[in-house]
Design a protein around this ligand. Structure first.
Ligand code: HEC
Length: 140
């Protein structure tokens, strides 16, 4: 009797665990799909659909060493970016426009897409992370 109770407990927890894992995976796939669409609309003109950028005008996202600074990436998507920056040793100095129209969810989806596609991540960047960071962005 005792053993049965114990076994059903363990079994229950295992199921719960698998359930949570797949919920998270469903969310990740959804963010990636939505993020890809948003990227096409708001980013691909300059950074190109494959993220390789355009000559010395628009820096790449694919393989970009700038992606380690995710906090800065979240801020620049919202507020834009100008002034000289260096990506993979190459200098750029053009204007990236701000995106005041994007919601926190949309920024989270774009960031999740970029980092899963080109930043070696297998996780979601959630709305809370984006909101916390947006509150900390330096005034442009
Ligand atoms: C009008 C062209 C344009 C659009 C549209 C644009 N960017 Fe940019 N982006 C730039 C330029 C130019 C820079 C470099 C700015 C500088 O020289 O200071 C840049 C820099 C960046 C960087 C940091 C450098 C790097 O390559 O890693 C990231 C990340 C980035 N953009 C992401 C995005 C995302 C995401 C979107 C869509 C929401 C987007 N950009 C839309 C032109 C653009």
């Amino acid at each position: 009797m005792r053993e049965t109770v114990w076994i059903s407990f363990v079994f229950g927890f295992v199921l719960l665990f698998i359930g949570c894992q797949s919920q998270e995976e469903i969310k990740r796939q959804k963010y990636i799909t939505e993020g890809k669409q948003l990227y096409k609309t708001y980013c691909a003109n300059c950074h190109q659909p494959d993220g390789t950028g355009l000559a010395n005008l628009y820096p790449p996202l694919n393989g970009s060493d700038y992606l380690v600074k995710k906090d800065s990436v979240i801020c620049l998507i919202r507020h834009g970016q100008q002034g000289p920056i260096v990506v993979n040793g190459q200098p750029y100095n053009r204007i990236m426009p701000a995106n005041p129209q994007l919601s926190e969810l949309e920024i989270a989806e774009i960031v999740t897409y970029i980092y899963n596609k080109w930043g070696n991540e297998k996780v979601v960047t959630d709305i809370k992370t984006v909101r916390n960071q947006l509150n900390k962005c330096p005034k442009p």
